[in-house]
Design a protein around this ligand. Structure first.
Ligand SMILES: Nc1nc2c(ncn2[C@@H]2O[C@H](COP(=O)(O)OP(=O)(O)OP(=O)(O)O)[C@@H](O)[C@H]2O)c(=O)[nH]1
Ligand SMILES: [Mg+2]
Length: 431
């Protein structure tokens, strides 16, 4: 049996940027020539891309950890490192991306739409990049940045054109096996179908994608049976095919089944109650007196299709009717909408307090001190300038930091030197 996986939580990580390098041209007679350290390559991104070539999320349940490759380090002679390769994760159409706080950041319903989930780190610059008229021989360089790291949940909602809705045993799987190439398990006990089956129905020049989902029972919308878990696959179906069973296998009459099924659909999602319906009574081969069913159908006032999935009666007409309803819906709602939230880059910084230490977090802050060796005075001066330039020094003063306080940024702790007007002359705020 093919496994159907429609929800997985995965860990993703962008590649780390390569480090820059500090090196110098070797010239005869000179201790140090011009700086020629190259920059590191950026890390690869982790990208999620929807495609109709993939049917389930199963590969992700087997391998929950995905990362893009790292950039390589810069080298002397102005050679820059190579960028890390992006990692592209293919997912089925209808995949949503949910953050741990419940935010849905993407709903990929179209072929080839994608979202960058984790950005790779920037490569560090080599010392050649820090050369200025005043700083002719910088001896420091930058480290590479780490890539973004996060967990997301991928949730699949099938994009079937029509979905079969019915109580367990109604004959949903039998029907899909008769009208498509799908080969689901069929048996005379409830909950034979545990995961959705998809089948492409083709007749003459028409085709539509039909889904057979596990049987729904009363209370499904509040978590009873298997139905609830799979009701979300019904949400996007253009047409609901309500399949009723007139045999004593069911404790409810077809009329009662119909009312109960609609109640469960509405309980799950109100818009489902008004979705286009095709109402079908199956197993007519085992009904000796159809008059009761016909009377109910007349009372209902909508067309009810009487079929036998096993005997094959009424199936051609039913397929045409479903195809008509699907086509009507496509004319009204041509393409189902998806979206990708463009999350702003977290470039800013924030000042907080941890016991007796000021803590500055955020990319702007870690970038400012992302240098190869902060014990080198030249690098420390440079970092101090960057902190001042990024407004971090002012923010610390505003928050109440005074000279002598400990400040932590990333892994580095230093002593705050107060509001410095000219960081270059007084040694900077890195103590
Ligand atoms: N007499 C008769 N029996 C049928 C017909 N269609 C299905 N059945 C029988 O009904 C029983 C249930 O059929 P399934 O197709 O497994 O039903 P289902 O709706 O998929 O059931 P679940 O997967 O449990 O929800 C099986 O014993 C079928 O052989 C029909 O047209 N006539
Ligand atoms: Mg079934």
């Amino acid at each position: 049996m093919a496994l159907f996986v429609d929800k997985v939580r995965i860990s993703i990580k962008g590649g780390a940027g390569g480090a820059g390098v500090a090196s110098f041209v070797r010239e005869k007679g000179l201790p140090r020539g011009k700086p020629n350290g190259g920059s590191g390559g950026s890390g690869g991104d982790v990208i999620l891309r929807a495609t109709h070539d993939v049917a389930s999320l199963i590969s992700y349940s087997r391998h929950p950890h995905w990362r893009a490759s790292d950039g390589t380090h810069g080298e002397g002679d102005l050679r820059n490192g190579a960028a890390g390769e992006d990692r592209i994760l293919l997912v089925p159409l209808g995949t949503r991306v949910v953050l741990d706080d419940g935010t849905v950041i993407a709903d990929l319903v179209k072929h080839d739409t994608q979202i960058t989930l984790a950005r790779g780190g920037r490569g560090g610059r080599g010392n050649a990049a820090f050369m200025t008229p005043r700083r002719k021989a910088p001896s420091f360089c930058e480290q590479g940045e780490y890539g973004d790291e996060l967990w997301v949940t991928l949730e699949l909602r099938l994009l079937a054109d029509a979905a079969l809705i019915g109580f367990p045993n109604a004959g949903k799987s039998t029907l899909i096996s008769r009208v498509s190439a799908a080969k689901p398990k069929i048996a005379d006990y409830p909950f034979t179908t545990l995961t959705p089956n998809l089948g492409m129905v083709r007749l003459e020049d028409r085709e539509f994608l039909l889904a057979d989902i596990p049987g729904i029972i009363e209370g499904a919308s509040v978590g009873k049976g298997l139905g609830h878990e799979f009701l979300r696959h019904v949400e996007r179906a253009r047409v609901l095919v309500v399949l009723l069973d007139p045999t004593p296998l069911q404790s409810l009459s077809v009329g009662e089944q119909y009312v109960a099924l609609l109640r469960e659909l509405a309980g799950h999602d109100e818009t489902l109650a008004s979705r286009t319906q095709v109402v079908v009574v199956n197993k007519m081969d085992s009904v000796s007196d159809p008059s009761e069913i016909e009377a109910w159908a007349a009372e209902l006032g909508i067309r009810v299709h009487l079929i036998s999935a096993i005997a094959g009666t009424g199936l051609t007409e039913l397929i045409h009717v479903i195809a008509d309803r699907v086509a009507e819906h496509i004319r009204k709602v041509p393409e189902r909408e998806g979206f990708v939230l463009h999350r702003p880059l977290e470039e800013g910084f924030a000042v907080g307090r941890d016991e007796n230490t000021w803590v500055v977090s955020g990319k702007a802050a870690t970038r400012a001190i992302n240098l190869s060796d902060l014990t080198v005075p030249e690098a420390a001066d440079f970092a101090a300038k960057r902190l001042k330039f990024a407004g971090i020094e002012d923010a610390l003063v505003e928050a109440g930091a005074v000279s002598g306080d400990d400040v932590r940024i990333g892994d580095v702790v230093f002593v705050f030197a107060g509001d410095t007007d000219d960081v270059e002359d007084d040694g900077g705020l890195l103590g």
